[in-house]
Write a protein that binds this ligand. Sequence first.
Ligand SMILES: *Cc1c(COP(=O)(O)O)cnc(C)c1O
Length: 409
Amino acid sequence: MLTETENKLSIDKESLPDSRGYFGEYGGCFAPETLITPLNELAEAYAKAKIDSEFQAEFARELRDFAGRPTGLYFARELTKHLGGAQIYLKREDLLHTGAHKINNALGQAILAKRLGKTRIIAETGAGQHGVATATVCARLGLECVIYMGEEDIRRQAPNVYRMRLCGAEVRSVTSGQRTLKDAVNEAMRDWVGNSRNTHYILGSALGTHPFPMIVRDFHRVIGQEAHVQFLEQVGRLPNEIFACVGGGSNAIGLFFEFLDKPDVRLVGVEAGGREISEGNHAARFSGGRVGIFQGCKTYVLQNFDGQINATHSVSAGLDYAAVGPEHAYYQGIGRIDYAYASDAEALEAFKLLSKTEGIIPALETSHGLAGAMKRAPELSQEHIICVNLSGRGDKDVQEAARVMGEGF
Ligand SMILES: *Cc1c(COP(=O)(O)O)cnc(C)c1O
């Protein structure tokens, strides 16, 4: 057995995933036969793009001019004062175009799709945030766009459906299963099987079959790269601890990746604890899940003893999913990233507190990462620094938050 420190020091983050898409025992490529060719084609195209300076320059330009990068690193002075412990800094992904980190990945994949000669984009969406980001970049890059969305989510997220349609996307209602995200993923997969010749599937988180978890992670790595430079320039040193919410895990791995091989920086992912940790009432895969294979990869999944996928619950639609990205399963296993959860109630408290102390309304997803940091900060001295990934803004959530807190709107 390695000691914890040796373990952390032995991290070779750039070598993962391996050529078969594995992060240790997690990940892989569990896809239907007909998708193996387009998946291989995608992996090859990405390997070339990764070292192609023209691709990287175009991606960087779009991130800057269209999405609004770099995002700020912001000292939350009033929140810090209120909590009376560690200094809290926020990485402001909420300031990006369309309101969250998701546009980093949508832009990267859409540019990649064009290089592959694809003219049509499909994507799945739950709360609609990934659908909006995808529809937006398709308008920008002149690509046809079809978004799959569960009938139930279409009803709950009407403003986002309208945004997608304004940007020229076709939103297709999915009426199978629970009529939510998991079912939309299945429909998008079915479309891709039939149309992969001219169609690219922009998956929305660091999830699914290889090479998606790797590609999505890489397109979000800019978050951590910027934060690293900003901490050195603005603060003169790195933070002690970094918190991020974990749905599929894209905003978290995007920020964490840069720091994985810096053992003095503690990394904490915060999952959705929902009402309580019991079947059907949460989405904390590391607290209530088991290893299984679901929608393309091997990872922690919320399932019953027959392997049936459990219903999930979270006040934030973007964290409400039964599986976690396989790279997170790997770093949880070797103890490099710690995972906690925040309940609906704790997230709502964080949502209100950041709004009141800083004048920044965070997304409900983001509020889970914040809640973890708010619990931790008072346990640390004022010399400590905590960074929170402010993955998105809460404009989309004000009505829902008011409703669940019984405050009217
Ligand atoms: C979608 C979303 C998330 C959850 O997705 P990850 O892939 O885990 O980042 C978190 N925050 C916001 C604002 C989102 O829109």
